[in-house]
Design a protein. Structure first.
Length: 275
């Protein structure tokens, strides 16, 4: 690579005799001291560094050359003001590599920026989607709360209805039990009264007359029948046969069961009209 360097130096008046005594003229100083010094200094620095790094570390290399040159020129009673690197010319292949590297670095930076932008866009879309869904989420949350309240209400109503039904059933059972007890006590009282009345009647009339009275009451109420519904006799002394009595008894039985006897209806006679 080629490095173009500019060196600024000065010779103080009080140091001029020493410089002239040492090197002679300014031209001799430039040709025989400064040129070899700068050339050697940059060659040594370039040999310990890669060309691309030397180019990137231009300011650092310039500072190193200036410090080294100042130390050497003081031997000739000359002060080095500064060493400036004006231009660094690299070979074409290295320049192409540097260009590619710079382009790649810029592309990476661009890709990173795009990736960051894409990430922020996704976050924005997510935030937007969440904002769009927020009413539905709020509505769903409210629906859940309403459903929970309705569930609790249904449970409370069911428990209340169950308790009311249980109390009602207990009340009905208690009423039935009370009615049963009352009926039982009523029947017991009637039975006791009837038994007491029978006992008093038996004491007054005696057992046999009292039994006869009760039988006649049952007969008068129609609960006891003392005559048969159908009576069959074997004969009446007029010479009628037993078969007639049996037939009469059978007919009487049919009539008693609700069967009605009706004469046979004669068949209609054919009409003589039209002859």
């Amino acid at each position: 690579m080629t490095v173009e360097v500019k060196v600024i130096f000065r010779v103080l008046p009080e140091q001029a005799p020493h410089m002239v005594a040492r090197i002679g003229t300014i031209e001799n100083l430039i040709e025989h001291v400064i040129h070899p010094l700068i050339d050697s200094s940059f060659r040594n620095q370039a040999s310990s560094s890669e060309a691309m790094k030397f180019l990137q570390d231009r300011y650092v290399e310039q500072q190193k050359a200036e410090e080294h040159s100042n130390g050497e020129l003081q031997k000739y009673h000359v002060e080095c003001v500064s060493v400036l690197i004006c231009q660094i010319v690299l070979p074409e292949r290295l320049m192409q590599t540097l260009t590619n590297k710079v382009v790649a670095s810029q592309q990476m930076s661009m890709y990173d920026s795009q990736q960051e932008a894409e990430g922020r866009r996704k976050e924005m879309e997510k935030t937007k989607a969440e904002a769009d869904l927020q009413p539905n989420l709020v509505r769903a949350e409210i629906d859940v709360q309403i459903a929970s309240q309705q569930k609790n209400q249904a449970i409370i109503l069911a428990e209340g209805k169950g308790q009311a039904t249980r109390l009602e059933q207990e009340g009905i059972a208690a009423g039935v039990q009370a009615v049963g007890l009352a009926e039982g006590q009523k029947v017991l009282a009637i039975g006791q009264s009837t038994a007491e009345a029978y006992r008093l009647q038996a004491e007054a009339l005696g057992q046999n007359p009292l039994a006869l009275v009760e039988i006649m009451k049952q007969v008068s109420n129609g609960q006891i029948k003392i005559t048969p519904d159908i009576m069959i006799q074997s004969g009446n002394g007029n010479g009628e046969s037993n078969s007639s009595n049996v037939l009469a008894a059978f007919i009487a039985s049919l009539m008693a069961s609700g069967y009605k006897l009706s004469p046979e209806t004669p068949a209609p006679k054919p009409s003589n009209s039209g002859k």
